[in-house]
Design a protein around this ligand. Sequence first.
Ligand code: ADP
Length: 451
Amino acid sequence: MGKHYSIYGIAKGLLLYVLPFAMLGWYLDAFWQTLCFALLLKLVWHYYFIHRLTHWLWDSRTLLPPPGRGVWTDIFDGIYRTLRRNQSRQRSLSTLIRRFRQASEAMPDAAVVLKEDGTVTWANKLAQLYLGLQWPGDSGLRITNLIRHPHFVKYFKSGEFDHAITMHSPAHHAMDIEVRIMPYADNQLLLIARDVTQLAKLERMRKDFVANVSHELKTPLTVMQGYLEMLDEPEMLPARQVSKAIHEMSAQTTRMQNMVSQLLELSRIESSGPETFTDEVNLAAIIRSCGKDAELLNQQKQHQINFALDDSLTVYGNADKLRAVVSNLLTNAIKYTPEGGQIDISWLRRHRSAEFKVCDNGPGIDPIHQSRLTERFYRIEADRNSATGGTGLGLSIVKHALEAHRSRLNLDSEVGRGSCFSFILPPELVEQTQAANSREPADSGNQIAGN
Ligand code: ADP
């Protein structure tokens, strides 16, 4: 091994082989016959090694070459080296491919490699999840036969890949995906699909939100514009009508003010997220103070309001957020219960947790509305047009304020009998005493979803 092929070496070897035969032929006076015999022998010798080479390359399982002689040592060594070099190149190439595959599997996106005509060459695991592709099962098939969404087919056929498209995932209809195709190398295409369900949902919510706010502001502004036009010439109007216009305009301004301050409160509560609470809160005192604030509202309704409050119950939380919860639930109970109703408010220890509950004997809420009550601007149609109708933001504020306290709003309501809104603060937010009850309470009512 380690020898190098040289034409000089080969020629020298041949000469040294032939020379003794030539001399013998000369001596025996049969020069050409002896030379032919020598060359024939050499040919047989070469055929023998050709046979060994063929056997080694085709039949032998070992990479080690058979022992060679003369020029065949160089040939076997040369082939052996080339095989070794190829083997190590192949090894590093497969390591590279393995790493590339691992990297593309680690990507949070679906990746598919396509030929220019759209045939699938390779796809990662997320491509199965997002696009419903099977690899290697779908290898060699056209992508437009696998993803038949008209939007995608049009995008692929257009060949204009300078923008991405958004569509429903062919594998999961509830999932929105953004698909982008990028040409690379020689006539290869890389398709990347990412899950944008959350983004699309946020975008829809943003649009709904703007539409709702604009709609809610438009109504009072239109009413006010009407009155202002009427007041253009106040001397032409009877005094009673002027005072009615001013009263109405002031009511609409209050309505707009309420909505803006509730929107600000909602955005403040939403943006803060879950917190670690260190401040002690006396919720019984907050409930009493909210009860006092609600007295004015209750003057017209004349409800009987009963309190059952545990003053010894101390919790950890955000006093402002808990006040917003209590105030909204209490105001709603007063607002939506017809005159002379009964409202029971309780704040009691439940084993190691604490439960707040507001029950009224008002109209109750139909189950079809219950799961949507905490959506922003959601109001039951009957209340939307009535004088009691607010902004539809109150329960959304309640939901987010409770989430910050790792709690949820529960509702137990029956049409014609009344509603009970409640929430339970978890044990970690309740100051524990010796007297803590030994029985874990069952959750009361249904949990309300919505956003
Ligand atoms: P609003 O500003 O309209 O009161 P909320 O988010 O506080 O908005 O309440 C949403 C809807 O839930 C209300 O419009 C009302 O129809 C219904 N609702 C809330 N509380 C009660 C209740 N105690 N009794 C009956 N319906 C209620």
